[in-house]
Design a protein around this ligand. Structure first.
Ligand SMILES: Cc1ncc(COP(=O)(O)O)c(C=O)c1O
Length: 440
């Protein structure tokens, strides 16, 4: 290993079993197209396309060129009361492919910042309309909205919350999640069972009074908790209940936007229009950190009151709309359109689903779920060793099969490149099968 032991020991890695990792560090030094390169010269096929980020492939030449050009042209621009040309151009491009009625976008630097920004916008919107009593926020069990205080509070993944319990936001409640082994195991795409779980929002509206609820935030398809697609009719029902009580519906599309489920936005795929859409990851193809929150016009308009010199939203980041990130975003969006990426992704779905569900019946597999190019295989946990089997599968894929597979505990997660070939997907699952056949 050319990187020093001290270097490896110095880094406190995110969402990583640090002590285990440091025994066999998996270090990436380069990437090209669908492969990572390791320091010992191996090429690793990336079955997770970054971290749901890099659907167009790594080091896409047009994005690389745009970033190189931009950093030499304008490395940073003040973003408050001024802004770079690139961020306005990107705003126009994203809203051009958005669902009708979304013509305003606010930039952040990550999915977590997008989550907290969207919650603040929802609260500010109600207050601006004289409904400041709407302070309650509703998330969902198993939801993931990043790791900042707002997103963590509305999120519903227990390990991400439990160490910080006392510091979570007050006035938050959660819908039940929709995963149920008894009723919807091994569903292909959207399960037929579970629509009624949206009525949980009626229960919470009865408990808290719907008029006190500011917003409901959900991922159209839960990603980090292990790919949980919404039951048929579920999102439609949530929309109806929100409309009834005047509650804002936020779709956290940090994963589902930009072709991951075959359309620019999941809202378009499901034909359900939220009031706010969060995004990140695919916005720049993962090249430069960037996130965004896009709102329906009436939400933006509600803030545009008071004296003209007044700041309407006291919120923003030093790096909101960073010109280099914006340049990467413009190039990524151009590539999606020019290369027909969303259509390519949609065309791959059936093959991906068939290959994934071929693991049904494997002795280590307890459930399989998929939607678009998102897929999860649940491995049965070893008694008393939750996550161990998933981590072993991840490491064996990396060291023995030159394959990067993400494990979220015992769930193997798949996020193929949007421009994969069917044979890439077949090869991925052949390798995964080989590994699963070898571990106990
Ligand atoms: C739906 C969703 N929201 C928010 C986030 C957090 O994004 P980030 O890690 O960029 O803060 C993620 C990350 O995976 C996500 O999947």
């Amino acid at each position: 290993m050319s990187i020093s032991r001290t270097a490896v020991d110095s880094y406190w890695m995110p969402f990583t079993s640090n002590r285990d990792f440091k025994e066999s560090p998996r270090i990436i030094v380069g990437a090209e197209g669908h492969h990572y390169k390791t320091e010992d010269g191996r090429r690793i096929y990336d079955a997770f396309s970054g971290l749901w980020t890099s659907g167009l492939g790594h080091c896409h030449p047009k994005i690389v060129e745009a970033v190189q050009h931009q950093v030499a042209m304008l490395d940073y621009s003040l973003g408050f009361q001024a802004g770079s040309d690139k961020v306005f151009e990107l705003a126009e491009k994203v809203t051009a492919i958005a669902p009708e009625g979304f013509s305003k976008i606010f930039f952040t630097n990550s999915g977590s910042e997008s989550a907290d920004t969207s919650l603040k916008i929802a609260l500010g919107y109600h207050r601006a309309r004289g409904e400041g009593h709407r302070t309650r926020l509703i998330g969902r069990e198993k939801g993931y909205h990043g790791v900042n205080f707002g997103g963590m509070s509305v999120g519903g993944m227990t390990p991400n919350r439990k160490a910080f319990g006392a510091s979570l936001l007050p006035c938050v409640d959660h819908l039940r999640h929709t995963w149920d082994l008894e009723h919807n195991a091994f569903s292909r795409g959207q399960p037929k069972w579970g629509t009624h779980l949206a009525d949980d929002l009626e229960r919470l509206a009865a408990l808290h009074d719907g008029g006190n609820i500011a917003a409901v935030i959900v991922e159209p398809v839960s990603g980090s908790a292990g790919i949980i697609p919404p039951p048929v009719g579920y999102l439609e029902r949530l929309r109806e209940i929100c409309d009834h009580y005047g509650i804002l519906l936020i779709f956290d599309e940090v994963i589902t936007a930009f072709g991951r489920i075959g359309e620019p936005f999941g809202a378009q795929r499901f034909g359900v229009m939220p009031d706010i859409i969060n995004m990140a990851k695919g916005l720049t193809n993962g090249v430069i950190p960037m996130g965004a929150v896009m709102v329906r016009d009436e939400i933006y308009d509600a803030f545009m009151h008071g004296p003209k010199q007044a700041i309407e939203l006291f919120h923003g980041y030093t790096y909101s709309g960073h010109p280099v990130a914006a340049a990467a975003g413009i190039a990524a969006l151009d590539a999606y359109v020019e290369e027909g990426t969303f259509e390519q992704s949609r065309a791959l779905e059936q093959h991906f689903e068939d290959e994934l569900h071929a693991f049904k019946g494997h002795p280590l597999v307890s459930d399989i779920r998929n939607f678009g190019l998102m897929g999860g295989i649940d491995l049965v946990a070893r008694p008393g060793e939750i996550g161990a089997r998933g981590l072993e599968a991840h490491k064996k894929c990396f060291w023995e099969e030159d394959l990067m597979v993400r494990n979220g505990g015992d769930i193997l997660q798949f996020s193929p490149f949007l421009n994969s070939r069917p044979e890439d997907i077949t090869m991925t699952f052949e390798k995964v099968r080989k590994v699963l056949d070898q571990i106990d």
